[in-house]
Design a protein around this ligand. Structure first.
Ligand code: ZN
Ligand code: ZN
Length: 53
């Protein structure tokens, strides 16, 4: 069983990308690519780098 350290969005798309950040709006893990997408939404989502959590 995966210990969910993977990007939630990519996992739904069938890819296992190691997460690098946390989106506090979606309350899910995001990878670098997805973080960029979340930060470009309107209004922008608050993406917190893992090392700052
Ligand atoms: Zn992703
Ligand atoms: Zn988000």
């Amino acid at each position: 069983m995966a210990d969910s350290k993977l990007c939630a969005g990519c996992q739904r798309g069938g890819e296992d990308i190691t997460d690098v950040a946390w989106c506090s709006d979606c309350r899910e893990l995001v990878c670098k690519e997805c973080a960029r997408v979340h930060e470009k939404m309107s209004p922008p989502h608050k993406v917190v780098p893992m090392k700052e959590i």
